[in-house]
Design a protein around this ligand. Structure first.
Ligand code: ISE
Length: 351
């Protein structure tokens, strides 16, 4: 029987996950949707046969029809819903960030440890993108020698009113903060933030450049330009000691006319990462099914992808970027990691 999925948050990402599960995922169906705006929940539910809108996130988590929960609500609500899922022992896929503060991520990790089961997966979908997966495999195979640098470009067409320099770090840079250490197989130890636009409280510096220094000295240069105006574009070139390797452009069609060659850009991340989202969801559904059949130990749990530790680690690095932003100059990451949580969650961990 198909797994019942409940989706909290019927905004852009919630609606996208509902559509993907309903059209492209096997072994699962959307059974419940909850949103702060009940009409929006009803509208999205009305598009899926068998799905219903529930009056609250809490009732959705408790619902016996829901076997796994996707959290795609406002970032500030993530921690409370993840904690409710752990209390109900329900597998949860939480959109990034796991929580906006390091303290909330620590609480989630402690509760998950106390529950004795790994239940939380974090929606860093780039780890499922075929391009990043191949980049990582080929680097690991030694094709370009030891990787020492990466040039990343992350551009949005535009961002909503009220978006600040800090939002760019948490909502956009958090992807490179997660995926680049995964590609290199090394943690971030130091960060440095720059912008050609003057920093003023509550406003948006655009573009920004974040430099991540990894263990062993590799450097990641991340350009974040969220009001680029022209298209959603993600680039990543990794420089190794004996060569370079980069993500290829993703447009399927190249046009030639009017003395120009052209390729289309998607308007946002949903088109660019559609296959990554599909693989992320299918992998998560498969992991829940294996777990429910008793085919994995609780140390593995219904998680196959970035977990609560990865969400915690990303929150710490993002927080350290904000320190660099406000104080100027490099800021060190390691001092923020809780030794107690490290011992509990990572001792003996292997990649
Ligand atoms: C957005 O919130 C996302 O999560 C996208 O993946 C990211 O690329 C974009 O910059 C953010 O605005």
């Amino acid at each position: 029987m198909a797994l019942g999925i409940g989706v909290i948050g019927a905004g852009i990402m919630g609606a996208d996950h509902v559509a993907t599960i309903s059209t492209a995922i096997s072994g699962a169906e959307v059974r419940a949707i909850a949103d702060i705006d009940p009409k929006r929940a009803e509208l999205i539910a009305s598009r899926v046969p068998g799905a219903k809108a529930l009056p609250s996130a809490e009732s959705l988590i408790e619902s016996p029809e829901v076997d796994g929960v996707i959290i795609a609500s406002n970032d500030a609500t993530h921690a409370q819903y993840v904690i409710a899922c752990i209390a109900a022992r329900k597998p949860v896929l939480c959109e990034k960030p796991l929580a906006p503060t390091v303290a909330e991520c620590e609480r989630i990790l402690s509760l998950e440890q106390a529950a004795g089961a790994r239940l939380v997966q974090v929606g860093f979908m780039r780890r499922f993108d075929p391009g990043y997966v191949e980049l990582r495999q080929r680097i690991t195979s030694g094709e370009v020698g030891t990787p020492i640098l990466a040039h990343c470009v992350h551009r949005n067409v535009d961002v909503p009113a009220g978006w600040t320099s800090e939002t760019t770090v948490f909502s956009s840079a958090s992807h490179e903060i997660d995926v680049m250490p995964w590609v290199f197989g090394r943690d971030v130890i130091r960060v440095n933030w720059f912008s050609p636009t003057p920093l003023t409280a509550g406003s948006l510096c655009d573009p920004q450049v974040v430099i991540l220094e990894l263990e062993g000295g590799a450097l990641i240069f991340d350009e974040l330009f969220v009001r680029s105006g022209y298209g959603y574009e993600i680039r990543c070139e990794v420089v190794g000691r004996t060569g370079t390797i980069e993500l290829a452009p993703i447009a399927r069609v190249v046009g030639r006319s009017g003395l120009k060659v052209s390729q289309d850009f998607p308007p946002d991340w949903r088109g660019r990462f559609a296959e990554a989202y599909r693989r992320e969801l299918q992998t998560w559904v498969n992991a829940i099914s294996r777990w429910r059949l008793g085919n994995v130990e609780s140390a593995v749990g219904p998680v196959d992808g970035p977990d609560a530790w990865d969400g915690y680690r990303a929150a710490i690095v993002a927080q350290t970027v904000l320190i660099s932003m406000s104080q100027g100059g490099p800021a060190v990451v390691e001092s923020m990691v809780s030794p107690e949580l490290y011992r509990l969650c990572r001792s003996g961990a292997s990649e």
